[in-house]
Design a binder for this molecule. Structure first.
Ligand code: ATP
Length: 356
């Protein structure tokens, strides 16, 4: 089955795990069975969260690829799992999808354990790790038909809609071997969609795409989220996360160094200012000597500051005292990129840690 078109990369749990979220044989998803993704509550109990990971650890010999990661993904989240290369994103996603077992910790998808319950826990969940795989010599249509037959539960009847959603209808009868990278990524999402997931996990879905392909991929994820799908996507593309996600976890060296609402993270960066003066060189000298101003640099036609609010007010008075006039003083929010670099480039060094 590992050669069969799949929505996840097979790994150390055996070939049956290569299809993320395939329903158990004889109990196809979507045929009246209560799925793991049901948001109905039981006797008034709150519905289980799409993802709850607690204390996830994955060790490979001396390497700790994932180091006590906690993740909480709520219904309707577009959750960005963001980190530099080698930070442990794919390894975490593999554990979430039950493709590999954690060394420690637990995962619950809609309250079910993908390790203990295997594919039973993945009803209502779909996605792929690294890149989706298909039979290259078969058409997209045929590949999806094979997957749908495996999935059961009316998946075949959703092929047209899924292809339409990912704008591959016109190419449906062409061999997948001739598809561009972006088309294969979109077909991977179509393969996930025929399962009608409530939770979609995507591993760097836009990586390797050209700008138009990235834009299309973002628009697609946005559309799915607007329709109410919960999405977790890993990425090292900050613009992608900034555009799409409401919540983020930033990982470094296998550990989460920030988790929360994107809005809060961006607000934490308040303290950046752009200053246009009559004498930027002079203003720079004064700013650098001023307490409470962490960073001051020249920018084209302006001065960039990272400073405490009070220190900025003091600086304006000092500038005036030195005969330097202010044209503009604009507070600005640091982009996620700047924050990401600040968070991920501060010590300790990136890269998985050898075990103590
Ligand atoms: P990228 O953005 O480059 O895909 P990532 O954040 O997805 O990186 P992972 O692929 O999860 O990172 O890898 C985290 C670390 O774990 C890396 O150092 C990697 O070499 C190591 N690792 C992952 N899988 C294995 C494995 N099967 N055996 C040994 N080491 C592994």
């Amino acid at each position: 089955m590992s050669e069969v078109a799949s929505t996840a990369t097979p790994t150390d749990r055996g070939p049956e795990s290569s299809v993320a979220g395939a329903p158990p044989e004889g109990r196809p998803a979507g045929q009246g069975s209560r799925t793991a993704g049901d948001s109905r509550s039981n006797g008034g109990e709150p519905a289980a969260l799409p993802i709850e990971a607690r204390g996830l650890v994955k060790r490979y010999g001396e390497i700790t690829a994932v180091d006590h990661v906690d993740l909480t993904v709520e219904p309707g989240d577009v959750y960005g799992f963001l980190g530099p290369n080698g930070a442990g994103k794919t390894t975490t996603l593999r554990m979430l999808l039950g493709l590999i077992s954690p060394s420690e910790g637990s995962v619950r998808l809609f309250g079910r354990d993908p390790i203990a319950e295997g594919i039973h826990a993945l009803e209502g969940v779909a996605g792929f790790v690294e890149e989706p795989r298909f039979y290259p010599y078969l058409s997209a249509q045929r590949n999806l038909e094979l997957l749908a037959a495996y999935d059961g539960g009316g998946a075949t009847g959703r092929i047209d809609e899924a292809l339409e959603t990912v704008t591959l209808t016109a190419r449906r009868h062409h061999r997948v071997g001739g598809y561009s990278h972006g088309m294969k990524q979109r077909l991977g999402i179509a393969a996930a969609l025929i399962r009608r997931p409530k939770l979609l996990l995507l591993d760097e879905p836009a990586t390797g795409l050209d700008p138009a392909g990235m834009r299309d991929m973002r628009a697609l994820v946005r559309r799915l989220a607007d329709e109410g799908m919960t999405v977790l996507l890993s990425s090292h593309l900050l613009t992608e996360v900034e555009e799409l996600c409401n919540r983020v976890a930033i990982v470094r060296s296998g550990a989460v160094i920030h988790e929360g609402r994107l809005e809060d993270l961006l607000e934490a960066a308040d303290g950046d200012y752009r200053l246009e003066t009559t004498d930027d060189e002079g203003a720079l000298r004064l700013a650098r000597a001023h307490r409470g101003i962490a960073d001051a640099l020249t920018e084209p036609g302006a001065l960039g500051l990272r400073a405490e609010r009070a220190a900025v007010a003091e600086l304006t008075l000092e500038l005036a005292a030195h005969g330097i006039g202010l044209h503009t003083l604009t507070p600005r929010r640091a982009g996620l990129e700047e924050l990401f670099l600040r968070l991920t480039e501060s010590a300790p060094a990136t890269g998985p840690r050898p075990e103590a």
